[in-house]
Ligand binder design. Sequence first.
Ligand code: NAD
Ligand code: WQD
Length: 341
Amino acid sequence: MNPTILVTGGAGYIGAHACVTLIAAGFTPLVLDNLCNSSAESLRRVGRITGVEPRLIVADIRDAQALDALFAAQPVAAVMHFAGLKAVGESTRDPLRYHDNNVAGSIGLLQAMQRAAVRTLIFSSSATVYGEPGFEQFREDMRCDPVNPYGRGKWMIEQMLGDLAASEAGWRIAALRYFNPVGAHASGLIGEDPRGAPDNLMPAITQVAVGRLPKLRVFGGDWPTPDGSGVRDYIHVMDLAEGHVAALRHLLAHDPTLLTLNLGSGHGISVLQMLRAFEQVLGRALPCEIVARRPGDIAAYWADPTLAANVLGWRTQRDLHAMCRDAWRWQQANPRGYASA
Ligand code: NAD
Ligand code: WQD
């Protein structure tokens, strides 16, 4: 019997890729998603890739009855908790919606897990919990001081997980701090499908390439970085998904623990380097303009991925070329995302 893993937010960008890696690793993903930022088509595509379409329960993580019914209906070995809202700017404009969905939603999920005695959890945290620590390479033992409501919510949840693990024996928890996930499954069948104008760099680039946006706006050319554009640690979404399976295997095989791990490549890439790498894949130049810095951005940061390598034996495998090639394959085949189907 393949152990069942509850995947909250499993119809979303990272969750759908995690479903693919879970199935490949011999687990059965069971997805709970309210589809507020995704479509069930992603899971049909997971079915085309793997031969197994994950079961979808359309429900909200704040729905205690739905969670209780789900846990009562089958044994669940662990939970991967991706469900959440993720737009930093929106969180500043509507913090209560973010804290209700992300923080209160996580509390509801944890309470339901407690009722069902399911105590193995992988939580989607973010490098945004670090804030602006004054160093470029972020390590897990650095002080966290997030600078926006989205990040503060993730940090509140991490702290809550610490309190929970200290209060009750048996919890196996991994809080994974993602850096900048990009790219898509190599099939081009699943990928990132933002609603409305994209906030993030890679979907902005692919939408320019496919003609949905007139040009790429590069936010700032005067950062104190080698080429003046912002530097981040981009991680291929399949590497990220495989990191989740490595964390799951680790948790299931070890004594109860609380792990906090960076998932990143350890390398900084600038906006202009990313654009050039993408143009190489595309075979043509893209229109772009250097505009003012985006409020809230910082110059440069990347992960120290040593701890994840030491604890999980996991490190990234896919390079910048693969990130651009796979993001483009997805966007080219699905110019309007899943709505193109
Ligand atoms: P996404 O929006 O594509 O996926 C999130 C999924 O959660 C969506 O399918 C959405 O419908 C669902 N969801 C949201 N609120 C819900 C609720 N209350 N109940 C049930 N389902 C709900 O986002 P993603 O990029 O796949 O991100 C997944 C997780 O990783 C999020 O928690 C996000 O904060 C975190 N994260 C993302 C990034 C990134 O850059 N993509 C970086 C760091 C952390
Ligand atoms: C990357 C770089 C921009 C768009 C955000 C969240 C973070 C995490 C990942 C969830 C920066 C520049 C971008 C564009 C540009 N998400 N850029 N033109 O801001 O590093 O991180 O997503 O947890 O919490 O804050 O990612 O992709 O928006 O930006 O020049 O159209 O690209 O200024 O230097 P960011 P991003």
